[in-house]
Design a protein around this ligand. Sequence first.
Ligand code: NAD
Length: 333
Amino acid sequence: MQNLLVTGGCGFLGADFVRFLLAEPGFSGRVVNLDKLTYAGDLRRLSGVAEQAGGRYVFVHGDICDQEAVPRLLDLHEVDTIVHFAAESHVDRSITSPGDFVRTNLSGTYVLLQAALASARNIRVHLVSTDEVYGDREGLSDACEDTAMHPSSPYAATKAGAELLAWAYGRTYGLRLTASRSSNVFGPFQHEEKFLPMVMRNAIRNKPIGLYGDGRNVRQWLYVNDHSRAVWKILSGAREGRAYNLGSGTRLTNREAAEAACDAVDSVLGPSPGGPRRNLIRCVADRPGHDRRYAMDGSRAECELGFRPEVSFSEGILRSAAWYADNAALFEA
Ligand code: NAD
């Protein structure tokens, strides 16, 4: 790996990965970050990176769906590895505007795969996928990597479709490929439309916190830096042609996660005059098609790559609450 293209590097996970890579002693190459800067992309996530990394970091403002620009970019920067984060990523938006998800998540992935295949450099592609491709695991065993995909939301369906297309490129054309299917990721500087940032933002402002349905939906949680480390382990040690579940083992109902986030804000800011901030939580009408339970077996990543999360949920949520409290002004608009 010498010249690595990260798509969506100004997003929550992509930016952490760019920072991780540039600090990783085992990687001495160059990182090219291709990002369209949609409402979810934010250059401030990478502030200082270009200065610190010197010529090892290049930002390109562009669209993964651009069939002319993407192959040109791969050639210009002599890219040998693509790590594909860019996506429309918010389930609620996929319910109201699925077309944007089809365009970026499906067509955009197609453009990248096609460009990788057309290149003379035998480019390797890593897809950043999600546990949501397995769909609702309520009453079912934990999903392992061979479990069939049953996505529920338009978001999850486009992620599953992107993966299936990629695996077909592997089988049909011999494209070099890996994928990771991560559980919910959390940490500093995630977009405030996402669940835990929304909870912490409202807790900081002492505003009501909406919880979909009865709040008993179960999710696994992984700290953002652990996610980056896992992707690096896949790039540096995994067998090609394989997918890896990245589940943290920390399983919480949404109510438990929201209460923990409120308690973390209490510890960081001190008690609120109105009482514990978890009292701000209110159940609201459920999201249509809301999956009850996500559950993955993460033993492949552990056995083959030695990947285990290092940051516990309780530690990660405290770090996150401290960050959201310190940076509340970023979310004023
Ligand atoms: P995000 O919404 O924070 O960031 C997405 C980034 O992609 C933004 O910087 C945006 O500008 C960019 N982008 C969107 N459309 C683009 C396009 N057409 N061309 C170029 N750039 C474009 O998302 P995230 O939470 O960082 O998620 C990153 C990836 O990880 C996604 O593929 C998502 O499906 C996957 N994932 C996320 C989680 C999670 O909990 N956040 C869990 C599992 C998997």
